[in-house]
Design a protein around this ligand. Structure first.
Ligand SMILES: [Zn+2]
Length: 560
């Protein structure tokens, strides 16, 4: 009996030893799985979303040799570069851009079909972020009457707030109201934007709060923004800017009161004629002002200081103002990116110091690209130019009168779309589909109009590639127009100086997408990615639900 008992114990000991050995082997075999499981409960302390307004992909490569190690290069060299990243809808403009980045969807789902659009229900033009139900906070003007109420879906920032029982903070910052309001989502703790004119202050809406926090009041009172009331000079010797055109040329706009579009721009003498504090928005300094305020927010709001993930959404708007005035090929644009690179370095260093290197995750992208100034392209024998001449407009007016006896049949023309008056069409006993087709055929006759589609086509087909796919992703059944016009590549309705955007063309859709930090692999891909992929990628990294209108998919190559 004793002998048996001893044998039994020995067997048990040997047996359990072998089990633990086997399970140890299993553990080591499945190590990646175990690590992934750990990552599910180990998110970054802070996610920083950076949108650079009007940043083309080639601004990374064109100015590469001028960048320092701590800004754009830090994200590219130590993070993941999606080199072939595109907007998959039009119009490619700021409101739809920021919304699509943060909602993982396109205007067809989220409803932000332009910066401004014709609201079919009320028969008036509306602005994407305006909301008269709220009042301004921090300004005597109406510039604070904003909210995200026209955005029909949730953002990645909303999902993080829901996931953390509202314990994770969201703060959104941009010079432009729409660059802050839309990324912040419906549940942001705060969104701040800049009011220029006589004030030069960071402001918000009563949608978020009834009074500015003390740190924002202090920031405004200190008037640190006044240090940028100085001549706009180039960050480096202008003679080293061999990646851009000559400083004095006919493709660039002017500040009021300026004789040539050349450095240095004397901000002080131009101040009163150019909207006072508003002039800073259209200089490289506007991005530095944004970085200053983002750093103040990081500190005062204790972002990324505990285990619950916070979200800081920052949009740099000045690159867009500078691009619109001076164009893609200007010394001013080059300076804006070189100075932004320094501001990013300053920002990343502050994140290292406060949150800890390796404890935060960053993505950087743009809200749209931009076209080379068509007059410059034309001067270099590339097909390009301008549409919308008075002659063409008159021709179209005559056509409407002759065909329908009234011009009222077209209620509005905006964002490349015609909005028709369905009541008039009914009263005239006309068929909407036939009217759409008639107008489409007429418009296609106009020089440099390249393609025209109808609302009925958008309703009845499921496009999967090419320009119809891009148009359909931008087409919202409740809000969009009835005829969709696509100009030939290189042709725009715009002033003959400066660059713009908004089209389906590749120069407006191709923008950077960089990921960096916790949970992100080092590497790059030239496989096509699309803007709505950003939010689901970040959601997967955080282990939270996708925004409720998501149409994109996680970019798996990016994630550890
Ligand atoms: Zn713009």
């Amino acid at each position: 009996m004793i002998k048996h008992k001893f044998l039994f114990i020995t067997l048990v000991v040997v047996f359990s030893f072998s089990i633990s050995k086997i399970s140890a082997q299993r553990k080591s075999k499945n190590k990646p799985l175990v690590e992934k499981q750990n990552a599910l409960s180990n998110p970054p302390k802070l996610v920083v979303g950076i949108v650079v307004d009007q940043m083309r992909y080639d601004y990374l490569t064109r100015f590469w040799n001028h960048y320092g190690e701590g800004g754009f290069k830090r994200l590219v060299n130590e993070g993941f570069n999606c080199k072939n990243n595109h907007f998959n809808y039009a119009p490619t403009s700021t409101g739809p851009g920021h919304t699509s980045i943060y909602t993982g969807s396109t205007p067809s789902a989220h409803g932000i079909i332009g910066n401004n659009w014709y609201d079919k229900e009320i028969g008036e033009e509306v602005y994407c972020a305006s909301d008269d139900n709220y009042s301004s906070v921090g300004t005597a003007s109406d510039a604070g009457k904003m909210s995200p109420h026209r955005m029909n879906v949730t953002t990645i920032t909303d999902q993080l707030r829901l996931h953390t029982q509202m314990r994770g903070k969201t703060i959104a910052i941009a010079l432009k109201d729409r660059g802050a309001v839309l990324p912040g989502g419906h549940t942001a703790n705060a969104a701040y934007w800049f009011y220029g004119k006589d004030e030069g202050n960071w402001i918000t809406s009563s949608f978020y709060m009834n009074d500015l926090p003390q740190w924002v009041k202090d920031f405004n009172t200190e008037k640190s923004v006044d240090k940028y009331k100085k001549p706009w000079t180039t960050y480096k010797d202008i003679n080293t800017f061999i990646e851009s055109g000559s400083d004095n040329n006919v493709y660039e706009g002017l500040f009021d009161g300026e004789a040539t579009p050349t450095f240095p721009h004397d901000i002080q003498s131009l101040w009163n004629a150019n909207g006072k504090y508003d002039i800073l928005k259209a200089t490289s300094y506007g991005n530095s002002i944004t970085a200053d305020f983002a750093l103040a927010a990081l500190k005062a709001e204790n972002l990324g200081m505990d285990a619950i993930t916070d979200f800081l959404a920052v949009s740099f708007s000045s690159t867009d103002y500078v691009g619109h005035k001076y164009g893609v090929n200007s010394k001013e644009v080059q300076d804006a990116y070189l100075r932004l690179d320094k501001d990013l370095e300053r920002f990343f260093n502050a994140l290292d110091a406060q949150v800890g290197a390796g404890e935060f995750t960053v993505f950087l992208t743009a809200d749209h690209g931009a076209i080379h100034v068509p007059a410059y392209l034309k001067a270099n024998k590339i097909p390009a130019g301008y549409l919308g001449s008075e002659e063409e407009n008159n021709k179209f007016t005559e056509f409407l009168k002759y065909t329908y006896g009234t011009t009222d049949i077209v209620k509005n023309r905006s964002n490349g779309q015609l909005f028709l008056d369905h009541k008039i069409i009914n009263n005239l006993d006309l068929d909407l589909k036939e009217v759409e087709e008639t107008l489409a055929k007429e418009l296609l006759e106009y020089e440099h109009v390249d393609k025209v589609y109808t609302g009925h086509q958008m309703w009845q087909n499921q496009y999967t590639k090419g320009i119809p796919y891009i148009l359909q992703n931008g087409y919202n059944q409740k809000r969009s127009g009835d005829v969709l016009v696509v100009n030939a590549p290189g042709f725009i309705n715009y002033s003959i100086t400066g660059s713009t955007h908004g089209s389906v063309q590749i120069y407006d859709t191709h923008v950077p997408l960089l990921f960096y930090g916790k949970g992100i692999k080092k590497g790059s891909t030239a496989v096509r990615t699309e803007i709505p992929d950003i939010a689901p990628t970040i959601a997967t990294l955080l282990g939270i639900s996708f925004p409720n209108g998501t149409t994109g998919k996680p970019i798996v190559e990016v994630l550890e």
